[in-house]
Design a protein around this ligand. Structure first.
Ligand code: FES
Length: 102
């Protein structure tokens, strides 16, 4: 289990191993656009992982390619639908609140 803190609301939830960041964020009743329903195809679920990046699954080729096409991507960027919680570290994510996937 990892403690997931969601910014800017500051809401925290516990998230189980194997859960995607997207599923955990939605389970916390936070809004996060996910137009392609988690297929690494739209980029609308782009978030910044502020802490605990090692507690997430590695970035696979599909996610990397999609991130490359998004404006505003930085070293903390992940697609929430592709990042799986490993349960090894607590994580803090920042929801971006704008359509970064377009
Ligand atoms: S929901 Fe479309 S890329 Fe994550």
């Amino acid at each position: 289990m990892s403690l997931l803190t969601i910014m800017p609301s500051g809401k925290t939830i516990t998230a189980g191993e194997g859960m995607t960041l997207l599923a955990a964020i939605l389970a916390a009743d936070e809004a996060l656009t996910h137009k392609c329903n988690g297929n690494a195809a739209c980029g609308t679920c782009h978030v910044y992982v502020q802490e605990g990046r090692k507690g997430l699954s590695r970035i696979a080729k599909e996610e990397n390619e999609k991130l490359d096409a998004i404006v505003g991507v930085g070293s903390k960027s992940r697609l929430a639908c592709q990042a799986k919680i490993l349960g090894t570290e607590d994580i803090k994510v920042e929801l971006l609140g704008f359509g970064s996937g377009f």
